[in-house]
Ligand binder design. Structure first.
Ligand code: CMP
Length: 226
């Protein structure tokens, strides 16, 4: 794979010139993870930033009984691991590879150097962190104010926002997560996820094609549930 092309396609590096992109290619290391492979654990010391070049990861927090809350699912072009690098505190969450994935790893010192030298990278990073904060605010509202059906709908809207493709008023969400992962995002049970999705399908709001979900009328779904 052409590493230069790949780095240019990563949103936080998109505005950099050829030389700067080449430099990033030289300082980063490619790593492969198998399905369910742990990238790092909550509370570990943070030594690097990771950028997803293929596959998907989930960002999770677990309680003492091993129950999992999924904070986010990240895909190609997304980065993670910036928090411990920026504030020097331990990792705020565990990150697990959902499928087989490839990650581009940049050592802490090199990444800090990069943001000191490139205001474009710093601004892109801030823009993405702001987007995540808005999303987390939405999640807090959903988890604290909505009933189970509303929370499931909110997770579907989140996935549409992250990885959906709009076509003629419909939104197609490929690689829809497993029901247990959806449950861990919505703070509900797998059974409730199954029941609610079937209810949405019966009402004509969703269609399922293999592991692709289609929101049949995105505007209507959004105005009903957000
Ligand atoms: P860090 O704390 O170094 O390690 C865990 C990473 O998960 C964290 O950096 C962020 O990159 C990522 N992360 C934590 N919380 C969220 C969230 N709410 N949404 C998206 N990513 C997150």
């Amino acid at each position: 794979m052409d590493i230069i092309k790949l780095i240019r396609s990563i949103p936080i590096f998109g505005d950099l010139d050829e030389d700067e992109i080449k430099k990033i290619g030289e300082i980063g290391i490619n790593r492969r993870y198998t399905k369910n492979g742990i990238v790092f654990l909550e509370e570990e010391e943070g030594a690097a930033l990771f950028i997803i070049t293929s596959g998907k990861v989930k960002v999770v927090r677990t309680d003492d009984e091993g129950r999992e809350v999924i904070l986010s699912i990240l895909g190609e072009g997304d980065f993670f691991g910036e928090m411990a690098i920026l504030d020097g505190l331990p990792r705020s969450a565990t990150v697990v590879s959902i499928d087989q994935s490839e990650l581009f790893m940049i050592h802490r010192r090199d990444f800090l150097h990069l943001i000191e030298k490139s205001p474009q990278v710093a601004v892109s990073l801030l823009r993405e962190l702001t987007r995540r904060l808005r999303k987390s605010d939405e999640q807090i509202k959903s988890l604290s104010l909505k009933d189970a059906v509303g929370r499931v709908a909110n997770v579907i809207l989140q996935l549409a926002d992250d990885s959906g493709k709009i076509k003629k008023g419909q939104v197609v969400i490929p690689d829809f997560p497993l029901q247990q992962d959806l449950a861990n995002m919505a703070g509900t049970s797998r059974e409730t996820i199954s029941r609610t999705i079937h209810q949405f399908i019966r009402e004509g709001l969703l269609e399922q094609r293999g592991n692709t979900i289609v929101i049949t009328n995105f505007e209507k779904f959004k105005s009903t549930y957000s």
